[in-house]
Design a protein around this ligand. Structure first.
Ligand code: SF4
Ligand code: SF4
Length: 123
């Protein structure tokens, strides 16, 4: 079970999690060409070793420790994390389409500042 990045990352993308991940499974990194085009970052579900280092590093509490612990409003983003592959334009487009659909479906969450969104997940 991999860790999951959720919607507080949208518009934040500050890279702190990437810098602490020991297995480099969070993408895109700033030095990957997709970094500027994506809406959020994604954790590769098979490469993640469940170490937990990324969770306290994230300034907006965007990361949950498993699909099961991911709040109901964020469940669609589990698949976006799962699909995304750096360097695969089709996979990037599919993951981003899921994120755009999530944004359209949750204007309530998107109206909350990223740093307060994780609290709103529990509401
Ligand atoms: S739990 Fe560990 S391995 Fe998985 S994304 Fe976070 S830092 Fe990387
Ligand atoms: S630290 Fe949090 S906000 Fe920053 S890129 Fe990682 S998941 Fe996104």
């Amino acid at each position: 079970m991999a860790f999951i990045i959720t919607d507080p990352c949208i518009s934040t993308k500050d890279h702190a999690c990437v810098d602490v991940c020991p297995v480099d499974c969070i993408h895109p990194r700033k030095d990957e060409p997709e970094f500027e085009q994506v809406t959020m970052l994604y954790i590769h579900p098979e490469e993640c070793i469940d170490c937990g280092a990324c969770v306290p590093a994230c300034p907006v509490a965007a990361i949950y420790d498993s699909p099961d612990s991911t709040p109901a409003s964020q469940k669609a983003l589990i698949e976006a994390n799962s699909i995304y592959r750096a360097g695969d334009a089709d996979a990037v487009a599919k993951a981003e389409a899921i994120v755009q659909a999530h944004i359209s479906a949750h204007p309530d969450l998107m109206s909350v500042p990223p740093a307060e969104r994780a609290t709103a997940h529990q509401g």
